[in-house]
Ligand binder design. Structure first.
Ligand code: HEC
Ligand code: HEC
Ligand code: HEC
Length: 90
């Protein structure tokens, strides 16, 4: 039974547009789907495409992430703002 459920979950993940959960550097587990809510805001909170659908983020990396991710968590007073809240690995 568990196996069937897992297969269904994997299939849904494979079919979706972008990965629901993304594994970024230094053990950051980023719930992409969980950030695509009205509460968090629009795609443009992170994606800056002026036309077409969002995709890769050109400046993705430490500086972009710390600015974008931490700033928003500060504003919402939700989501991690401390190093080990995001980084599960050194
Ligand atoms: C909180 C930040 C954030 C929000 C909000 C967000 N995304 Fe993303 N998205 C990312 C990050 C980070 C990546 C990984 C980018 C990379 O690998 O260059 C990504 C990647 C993607 C990709 C895959 C690019 C690829 O080729 O692998 C797609 C498609 C995408 N996002 C669509 C969306 C859409 C549509 C929305 C709005 C409904 C959205 N995103 C909202 C952060 C976000
Ligand atoms: C536009 C606002 C916004 C941006 C940008 C944003 N977050 Fe968040 N994040 C939130 C909010 C709001 C929550 C709390 C969600 C809740 O409690 O329902 C959260 C929760 C989290 C959590 C804990 C819960 C979970 O989903 O795992 C992690 C980890 C996280 N964010 C990582 C990131 C990373 C990494 C980035 C940058 C790539 C990022 N966030 C960018 C708003 C944002
Ligand atoms: C809100 C989540 C979040 C918090 C809090 C956070 N980081 Fe990050 N950090 C990230 C993300 C996302 C990246 C970019 C990962 C990528 O490029 O794949 C990153 C990148 C890095 C990198 C570069 C890793 C590499 O190999 O390129 C270092 C070093 C780093 N962070 C250290 C820290 C330290 C030290 C703190 C605390 C002062 C901290 N981070 C707090 C999310 C966070």
């Amino acid at each position: 039974m568990k196996k069937i459920v897992l297969a269904a979950v994997l299939l849904m993940a494979a079919n979706s547009f972008a990965a629901d959960i993304m594994y970024l550097k230094r053990g950051v587990v980023f719930n992409h789907l969980g950030h695509q809510t009205e509460k968090v805001g629009l795609c443009s909170a992170c994606h800056v495409e002026t036309e077409g659908t969002p995709g890769k983020i050109p400046g993705l990396g430490k500086d972009w992430a710390h600015r974008t991710c931490i700033e928003c968590h500060d504003i919402f007073e939700k989501g991690p703002t401390k190093c080990d809240g995001c980084h599960t690995k050194k």
